[in-house]
Design a protein around this ligand. Sequence first.
Ligand SMILES: [Zn+2]
Length: 680
Amino acid sequence: MKPWYQRTLRWAQTNLTEKDPARYDADWWRDHWRRTKVQGVIVNAGGIVAYYPSKFELQHRAEFLGDRDLYGEIAAAAQEDGLTVLARMDSNRAHQALYDAHPDWFAIDADGNPYRAGKLYVACVTGPYYKDFLTGILEEIIERSSPDGLTDNSWSGLGRDSVCYCPNCRDSFGQDLPRSPDWADPVYRQWIRWSYDRRLAVWDLNNEVTRRAGGPDCLWIGMNGGEVVAQSKRLRDDAEICKRASIFMLDSQWRHEESGFQANADSGKRLHGLLGWDTLIPESTAMYDAGVPTFRLGSKPEPEARMWALEGWAGGIQPWWHHIGSVHEDRRQYATAEPLFAWHEANEAFLVNREPVATVGLLWSQRSVDFHGKDDAETVSQLPYRGWVDALVRARIPYLPTHEVDSRFAVIVVPNVGVLTDEQVAALTAYVEGGGRLVVTGESSLYDEWGDRRDDFALGGLLGVRHQGKSLEAGRVDWETYDAHTYLRIEDRSLADGFGDTDVLPFGGQLEVVEASGAALTYIPPFPIYPPEKSWMAEPRTDVPAVVLGERTAYLAADVDRLYARYHHPDHGRLMANLVRWAAAGEIPLHVDGAGVLDCQIYRQGDATILHLVNLDQGGAWRGRLEEFTPAGPFAVRVQATGSRARFLVSGGEVEVKEQDGWITVGVDRITDHEVVVLS
Ligand SMILES: [Zn+2]
């Protein structure tokens, strides 16, 4: 039998509150495990709050625990049912008594005061709390209950905004600690890298301990988020963590308004890019009403929870239901998982053991998020990336996030990755010389590995552009002074598909000023929007490049990617899609006709092709949580594949299809939430 971390596809978590030892209904939850077809459970064990009578007096016992071993009882029931058991820790904070006994175990600010979170104290990752105390607790839990592994909700200590000045950090850092977060200070930059390493040391030590105490498969797996900017703020190095993780416990529980459901498929693909596609990525999915605002005891509307889960599955993520507390007066949340998990069980053979198909790679770099994005990484790094995600989804162009320059892609998009190391620049150059094609935007390659600005783009020669040392900001936006009232002029019609009846496109963003020998689009400077009598172009044509095309490269000086993430102006999305189609020169393995926003993913599994189509055109123009489904269709789907049959895993049924020149066309009449088509 495969080890637990390779075979446990569906997970359950009833996240116990301190009240639960007095009211947990073991039979009901055991039935719920069966109803929802889960194969593993995550059970609160210790850390901030212990749910078993620990020999460590200073580990705070749940208020209503008494001498009960609630953790042990739940773990034993799950083991009896043949389920994988993960003991859940939450290690980053502790109560007053532990602080009083060991104040030197806790993080200290520049003034010598402990960092506090409410009434709790934040433990320092370099100190004996992690090295000695917590490791003892891990051993105790393993001895008492033999869980398959352990996981930790919040394992990485303070984020990068909070420098710790405790004696252990002073010793370990080996030089004076940075006085404050300051990206211009080389010591702070070194502290950033050192801080990542300290978290990895916690990961390694915990695994050493749990494997020694519980055997080689008794892994300790910290939970991690799905967005790289958030991971950076918490000093978690995605690439290094993924090297260590035999399973990735993804704590990314709900849709955020600004990034949409599609962010979940993107997270799955991005992480699989690091982990490989055989490693499982279960994702904690809130059945409670998570979001803005959050209601821990409320029920998330079922369509909202369902869409988040389905996008995750389309990106290679596995389901994991999550409730806060064991007793709820809003019982609607119990109905969400059952049909979803039943479908997952029935179709699991098609949802794992497969490889993605895409010809477009979207480059991302945590180093650039850190040393280019700095304190404004959402705007600098994340929005341009997200703009491409959205534009590619909208254009139904399958893509994969990539951390490396991978020659299997026909096109690599580099979305304002300001920091590119000399090695990355060399790899991108070799990629283009080997026939690959690049779409590069904004400040990409303008900074070295520590975020110091270079004299010019390191990719400038390859792209045929020279940076002129300045950028034109979008400017002020109000009705009287509307400095963002700028346009782009289409000079070269090779990017003008869908723009047949216009010579200009709206812009309104930031532009890097570059010199080039020609431009496919040029910049039109701002002019008033008010009063209307003044709304005419004082300077209708400039030679300021906005898009520069080379033989196999495109450079986008105008930040339409960032703008598209913010505003979804159709012209910006179309221009980006046109750039990728121009670069791909026909090498896109999918074409879909029919109205709607569909997120499309293609996988190969042996000779079969598996196509996920997720209907994102939900709720129309209505913001907020998803309340009901809006079916879309019909669609005509053309996909590069072989085979003679199409099987529909959601609507059911099967049709014969004809393959012609390596392409199959199949009709999909109606997609309510999603459809999965298997061609074989
Ligand atoms: Zn410290």
